[in-house]
Design a protein around this ligand. Sequence first.
Ligand SMILES: Nc1ncnc2c1ncn2[C@@H]1O[C@H](COP(=O)(O)OP(=O)(O)OP(=O)(O)O)[C@@H](O)[C@H]1O
Ligand SMILES: Nc1nc2c(c(=O)[nH]1)N=C(CO)CN2
Length: 175
Amino acid sequence: MTRAVLSLGSNLGDRLAHLRTAVATLGDAVRVLSGVYETPPWGDADQPAYLNAVVLAQDETATPRDWLERARDAERAAGRVRDPQRRFGPRTLDVDVIAVWGDDDEPVLSDEEELTLPHPRAHLRAFVLRPWIDIQPYGRLPGHGWLTDLLTSGPAADEALELRPRPELALESTA
Ligand SMILES: Nc1ncnc2c1ncn2[C@@H]1O[C@H](COP(=O)(O)OP(=O)(O)OP(=O)(O)O)[C@@H](O)[C@H]1O
Ligand SMILES: Nc1nc2c(c(=O)[nH]1)N=C(CO)CN2
């Protein structure tokens, strides 16, 4: 059994629909959904605001690579087109694997380029940490400590003040 924290982001087209596409693609593996936040673009300011959320997922057989595959499946389902010229650029859907825990509840560590775990920029991103803390108030980012500490005094603390909760935009689709 593995558990994974996945981050969802969208800043093109029907942003909420794209986040819901990710939830639908992950299917039965989804355990807990965070709230949705409107967030200023990180890393490349010249693009529209994002909607971001975080999902806690669990599966009996999924390997860390399987979580990456599922993330890519979700991005494809939302019609994501990659622009190799533009890092951190706009996208219909971005699904990142933030961290994975194994059977023993120990975090999986990986420094492979294809799948780095935990995600190497997660501790810098309030748009990941803030929704995550919604669903795991006592959560820890492996290698970086408590989410509460990261959000109040880590490098993402200033950005955390600029996120806007959008409680009217629930990830659960009522359709
Ligand atoms: N933990 C991870 N989650 C998702 N992708 C990862 C991870 N570690 C490495 N990668 C690799 O990163 C590459 C680029 O992914 P992607 O296009 O989503 O990057 P990005 O969204 O522009 O930047 P970022 O990963 O900082 O959000 C992919 O080929 C993927 O294999
Ligand atoms: N606010 C915000 N900014 C981003 C996001 C994102 O999901 N949210 N994703 C990016 C892709 O690397 C780049 N910048």
